[in-house]
Design a protein around this ligand. Structure first.
Ligand code: ADP
Ligand code: MG
Ligand code: MG
Length: 897
């Protein structure tokens, strides 16, 4: 029996199947599968990945052991093909193809036509009665072997080839080369080979073969391959080697080679798509040596082959239950299949194909959901740059808020607002950085570009909240506010000139660019319906404004998990009132300012509640430190300096002091800013601490919320407000704040005389709250994990400092695997979450739990949230589809584990 050592390292194509990818590599496993399906696959055999790994521990011994088995399998090939390896008249030629379990660029390329030499090229010419073909094959073989196996650069061969093509004519193609040319090229190639390698081109086919096999093994550990594996986290599987009898597309105009997809890989449409070249071989189509013909042309040119090809693709697709990407060759009018694999596709094609295949009964709903990479889905939700258009990239910044937009550069927020009020659209606000005072400019613009700042800079955060594209920290963009222009290298962009920013990639582009619209319709919508039918966890949106709330509904949110009320104070007409409130000296003054803010807040809540139509809305009371609402100290100091100078001047000339009063006011502001300034605002007077020190603000907010809710209730509109108290670390804090606010709530409800469902809960974002969650749950009806702050406090990292200064170094030195602000740290932060849920539910079994940090839209965090039993995740509206698909995948993965 041959099943001794033999089968350990080598499998004939008819011995394997598609599930043996780890052993045979993707290419080998699929060649085996197709062979067994009865398709026309040139016969061959596969050396296993195991052999490759053993090669690394003992190359010589392995090769000794392999040789007889390879020779034996060659014998079988000879019988199957009726040709003889190394024969002088009727040589068996083979390809040597690498292929690991996961397709990987950077590994060895393929060698075709192996087995030819100076003698057999003559016999082959005679035997096929086609000398041109014979010499073309030999020419290709020397080139591939020289480049791929021996490492002589391909360009050196191409230079020789080009020289001979140019001799024929300026636009001569490889197919114009005649026998005599090819013979000369072969002679030159061999000279090149000798010069580079120091020995003659190997004439013994077995020697050619073993050198090639070893080269494939070695390529697994070349630098490119190792780097690629590291970046893509591919394990050290080893590569397989496929040795396959050749078929030929370069026999003349009745032959050819091509690639085809069973569906359109860019749109997903169920229309076969492909390209081919006649009188060509191997990679010629991909390499672009001539312009390929479309599949439709084949219908005329090779009607039989065309029909067979479509049928084959159909068969393969039904067999693999996925869109297939195949390689084929037409050998004198006969179709041969050389490879099949699941085809790469655009995100929108992925969605369409998955949904279509469910409808066609090819796959289940669950399979469709598992086919989708949630991370890629987010690409579908923003406008993007039409990749077919020609663009001029001026510079790169940080991709802070996704989406692409074209607009006119404007360098000042007031100016942007004025232009917007005049009906001008498409404005891109270009600033060194933005501050709370720029909020109206951000509202007026379609996107923002800043020279400074990172992903958490004001511009970045506000733009993300507004769902507008932002590129920040573009250091090469030198803004001249005076001249209202920016400069990049030699290029100057003035106000009104068109630019395009791509917040998905960070590109800054000159002029207007063709953009592709995002879509949530058709199959995408259907896919989300499928996800809804499978997932068990709720998906809510973070939404601060009525516009956000509309978007949340549009994107399928099941409620709002976080309304940040501070953004409501940032609007241009509100900020001064807010500032007045903060600067009030007396309780009365403060109350007066708050009374002005109340109707504004109430108006927002009315709108939001109405839009949400009875879905739960979690509102977080004021959270950030108050100084964030005040102007920059340096600005006020400067203004005061100017006032004083004018005053002095007036005193010396006119003997009066007209600005005394204003100076006194400014000085008050200065001392207030100073008194509010903190060493470490992130851990300072903010969150529920604000409500304990200045209770009036919270009271006003709760009054606004309940007035809005009760008013709607009266009109018969359903409302479920959930009041969320931020930054609680102790039960006593929550008790104090809640007691005071409950009173306001009850009074208001009484005033309106309605029945209203509402809850009070807290954010869990301080480790102490997680550790004492059993106590906190006495007062809190829900926990919402603010994973951003919880991550900051658990690690003791301040996000802005950490991401700017040392997280990149940590990632580089592999001290961190991921940035914990992007990928939730399940081991540490996650452990606190689990503990908090367990403790909290011990006190209050019906405790509602969710996530409202940025992690809420990150697939791995969503799956984690499902696994620890959270009721919902909340994320920005445009992340909802991502979260829904991840939540559905979590259910399916849990079922199958
Ligand atoms: P890659 O992994 O880079 O696609 P392949 O091993 O698939 O490399 O081969 C490169 C090209 O050579 C492909 O076009 C393939 O179809 C062609 N090819 C490989 N083996 C043969 C063969 N035995 N006969 C004809 N063409 C082949
Ligand atoms: Mg291939
Ligand atoms: Mg927080």
């Amino acid at each position: 029996m041959s099943n001794t050592k033999d089968n350990k390292y080598i499998y004939d194509f008819n011995e394997g199947n598609k599930d043996m990818k780890n052993l045979l590599g993707g290419k080998g496993a699929n060649l085996a599968e197709m062979t067994n399906l009865g398709l026309k696959i040139p016969p061959g055999f596969t050396l296993t990945t195991e052999a490759c790994l053993i090669y690394y521990s003992n190359a010589d011994e392995l090769m000794e052991e392999l040789k007889p088995s390879v020779i034996k399998h060659l014998k079988t090939l000879e019988i199957n093909t009726g040709k003889k390896f190394g024969d002088e008249r009727n040589p068996l030629l083979v390809s040597v193809r690498s292929g690991g379990p996961i397709s990987m660029p950077g590994m060895m390329d393929t060698v075709l036509n192996l087995g030819l030499n100076d003698i057999s090229v003559l016999g082959f010419a005679e035997q096929t009665d086609n000398p041109r073909f014979s010499y073309d094959s030999y020419r290709r073989f020397i080139q591939m072997f020289g480049d791929v196996v021996m490492g002589i650069g391909d360009e050196k061969f191409e230079r020789i080839l080009d020289k001979y093509k140019r001799n024929i004519g300026r636009n001569a193609q490889d197919t114009d080369l005649e026998v005599i040319d090819l013979q000369k090229i072969i002679a030159d190639y061999k000279t090149l080979y000798e010069k580079e390698i120091g020995s003659l081109f190997p004439q013994d086919p077995l020697n050619q073969l073993f050198l090639s096999i070893e080269a494939v093994f070695k390529s697994w550990n070349n630098k490119r391959a190792i780097t690629y594996r590291k970046i893509n986290k591919i394990p050290d599987y080893g590569t397989a080697v496929n040795i396959q009898s050749m078929v030929f597309g370069n026999k003349g105009w009745n032959s050819g080679t091509g690639v085809a997809f069973s569906r359109d890989p860019s749109t997903g449409e169920n229309i076969q798509f492909g390209e081919y070249l006649t009188n060509a071989q191997g990679e010629d189509v991909v390499a672009g040596i001539r312009t390929p013909k479309k599949l439709e042309t084949m219908k005329e040119e090779f009607p039989e082959v065309y029909k067979e090809l479509l049928e084959t693709m159909d068969k393969l697709e039904r067999h693999y239950k996925d869109m297939q990407d195949i390689e084929f060759t037409i050998d004198e009018g006969e179709l041969k299949i050389l490879q099949t694999r699941n085809g790469k596709r655009t995100p929108s094609a992925a969605v369409k194909i998955a949904v279509d295949m469910v409808k066609e009964g090819l796959i289940t709903k669950e399979e469709a959901i598992m086919r989708i990479d949630p991370k890629k889905i987010s690409k579908l939700l923003f406008k993007s740059i039409d990749e077919n258009s020609i663009i001029h990239v001026l510079a790169h910044g940080i991709n802070a808020s996704p989406g692409a937009v074209s607009g006119k550069a404007v360098f000042d927020s007031d100016r942007a607002e004025k232009l917007a009020n005049d009906g001008k659209k498409n404005i891109i606000l270009v600033r060194p950085q933005t501050k709370p005072e720029d909020i109206h400019g951000l509202y007026a613009s379609s996107g923002v570009l800043t020279q400074f700042g990172g992903k958490t800079s004001h511009a970045a955060v506000v733009a993300r909240g507004m769902g507008k594209p932002a590129v920040v920290g573009a250091q090469d963009v030198e803004i001249d506010e005076e001249k209202q222009e920016f400069r990049v290298n030699e290029m100057v962009i003035k106000e009104g000139q068109w630019i395009t920013i791509d917040g998905t990639t960070g590109r800054i582009i000159e002029g207007k660019v063709n953009l592709v619209e995002p879509e949530i319709k058709g199959e995408f919508l259907e896919l989300l319906d499928i996800a809804d039918s499978i997932k068990t966890m709720g998906v809510r949106a973070n939404a601060d404004t009525p516009e956000d709330a509309k978007k949340a509904i549009e994107f399928g949110a099941q409620g709002i998990g976080l309304t940040r009320t501070e953004h409501m104070f940032m609007a241009k007409e509100r900020l001064p009132v807010m500032q007045k409130m903060i600067m009030s000296r007396t309780k009365e003054e403060r109350q007066d300012a708050l009374n002005k803010i109340l109707p504004m807040q109430k108006g927002d809540f009315l709108e939001i509640f109405k839009i949400m139509e009875g879905k739960p809305v979690t509102i977080r009371l004021l959270d950030p430190p108050l100084h964030e609402f005040l102007p920059e100290l340096s600005t006020v100091l400067l203004e005061n300096q100017e006032l004083k100078m004018t005053n002095e001047l007036s005193k010396s000339l006119l003997k009066n002091n007209p600005l005394d009063e204003e100076i006194a006011k400014k000085s008050k502001v200065i001392s207030l800013i100073r008194s509010l300034s903190e060493e470490n605002p992130m851990m300072g007077l903010r969150g529920c601490r604000l409500g304990i020190v200045w209770p009036e603000i919270n009271e006003m907010q709760v009054k606004a919320i309940f007035q809005a809710a009760c008013e709607l209730k009266r009109k018969g509109i359903d409302v479920i407000p959930e009041i969320m108290i931020p930054l609680v670390g102790m039960l006593s804090e929550l008790q104090y704040v809640k007691a005071q606010l409950m009173q306001v709530a009850l009074e208001t409800i009484k005033e309106y005389d309605v029945e209203l469902d509402y809850t009070f809960g807290t954010m869990i974002e301080i480790p102490r709250a997680a550790l004492t969650a059993d106590e906190i749950a006495i007062e809190a009806e829900f926990f919402s994990f603010g994973t951003n702050d919880l991550t900051q406090m658990t690690y003791g990292f301040s996000r802005d400092d950490a991401e700017g200064k040392f997280i990149p170094v940590y990632l580089n030195k592999e001290i961190l695997d991921n940035n914990p602000f992007e990928i939730l740290d399940q081991d540490g932060v996650g452990k606190l979450m689990k503990m908090a849920i367990k403790l909290g539910k011990r006190t209050r079994p019906d405790l509602k739990t969710g996530i409202c940090g940025e992690h809420g839209g990150e697939p791995s965090a969503v799956k984690f949230a499902h696994s620890i039993g959270l009721d919902y995740v909340s994320c920005s509206p445009f992340r909802i589809p991502v979260a829904k698909i991840a939540a559905a995948q979590a259910v399916i993965e849990q079922r199958s584990s």
